[in-house]
Design a protein around this ligand. Structure first.
Ligand code: C2E
Ligand code: MG
Ligand code: MG
Ligand code: MG
Length: 279
């Protein structure tokens, strides 16, 4: 009897693992096919200057237009794309799309592209940035590359060399999701970032938590002293925007202005000062 139970449990467990592994294999196959089938699309979210209210940039955010499952957000496929290395191809696609799309925007509007730590380690990175700029004709100073602290974790010579090479090309470098994970002030000393993006977890609690307010104040102050632009992510209401303005945060991005939309909606996002998530 005990034996039968044990066996049953084991088989149940095995089946569970199997189902997960199989779902993963299916997603991986799907992901590979999707790259061939052109199912990926760059969406764009505006970033506004807090003082003037002007749109200064758009961040490219990857979407998967799945024939059966509809629009899929990056959280559902980027981790697997990173594990399988497919992120390198996807990253190149986003970079090319973003540079090409930005050439049809006004000259004073920049484009920001997220880089995965896996892309960063790939020996192709400099070449793919160079070729995306050359193929599109976009001026390097309109391109911002966003990296997270995890890229800097190893703090290797190679990472710093790559960052300096990109900078030398005229590309700007932003530190994304600042305040999460390993946030260390030494990162700001190891490389001269152009921009710090304050993670939206701090912004969402601005009005309700004193400590979030204190952290925002400290980071915007730091940015001012170091001559680094600060961008608040995830701004959803006027109260948050007002507090950020008071603290001298340079830029704001969030659903208050617009959620990410396809490239064909950029002109509309430039015209209308506010476009709520529901709009
Ligand atoms: P991220 O770079 O920090 O991008 C900001 C995320 O916050 C986006 O989620 C955006 O849609 C969301 N967001 C913006 N404003 C608001 C707001 O007011 N409220 C809320 N709740 N969310 C807001 P998304 O598009 O789902 O992307 C998630 C993450 O996936 C990105 O975080 C980035 O780390 C990664 N990602 C997106 N596109 C790419 C890509 O092309 N390459 C790589 N390597 N990573 C990407
Ligand atoms: Mg980003
Ligand atoms: Mg971010
Ligand atoms: Mg984030």
């Amino acid at each position: 009897r005990a034996k039968a139970d044990g066996r049953g449990t084991y088989r149940f467990f095995e089946t569970g693992m199997d189902a997960r592994a199989q779902a993963r294999r299916l997603l991986e196959m799907d992901l590979r096919a999707a790259v061939q089938r052109d199912e990926f699309q760059a969406y764009y979210q505006p970033i506004r200057d807090v003082a003037s209210g002007r749109v200064v940039a758009f961040e490219a955010l990857l979407r998967w237009n799945h024939p059966q499952r509809g629009l899929i957000a990056p959280i559902s496929f980027i981790p697997l794309a990173e594990e399988t290395g497919l992120i390198v191809q996807l990253g190149e696609f986003v970079l090319r799309s973003a540079c090409t799309d930005a050439t049809s925007w006004p000259d004073d509007i920049d484009v920001a592209v997220n880089l995965s730590p896996v892309q960063f380690k790939s020996p192709n990175l400099i070449a793919s940035v160079t070729s995306a700029l050359a193929a599109s004709g976009l001026s390097a100073n309109r391109l911002e590359l966003e990296i997270t602290e995890s890229v800097l974790l190893q703090n290797s010579e190679a990472t710093l060399t790559t960052l300096h090479e990109l900078r030398a090309m005229g590309v700007r470098i932003s530190l994304d999701d600042f305040g999460t994970g390993y946030s260390s002030l030494s990162y700001l000393r190891s490389f001269p970032f152009d921009k710090i993006k304050i993670d939206r977890s701090f912004v969402s609690e601005l009005a309700t938590r004193e400590d979030s307010m204190a952290i925002i104040r400290a980071v915007t102050g730091l940015g001012r002293s170091l001559g680094i632009v600060t961008t608040a992510e995830g701004v959803e209401n006027d109260a948050q925007l007002e507090l950020l303005r008071r603290e001298g945060c340079t830029q704001a991005q969030g659903y208050l202005f617009s959620k990410p939309r396809p490239a064909s909606d950029v002109a509309m996002m430039l015209e209308r000062p506010r476009l709520r998530a529901s709009a």
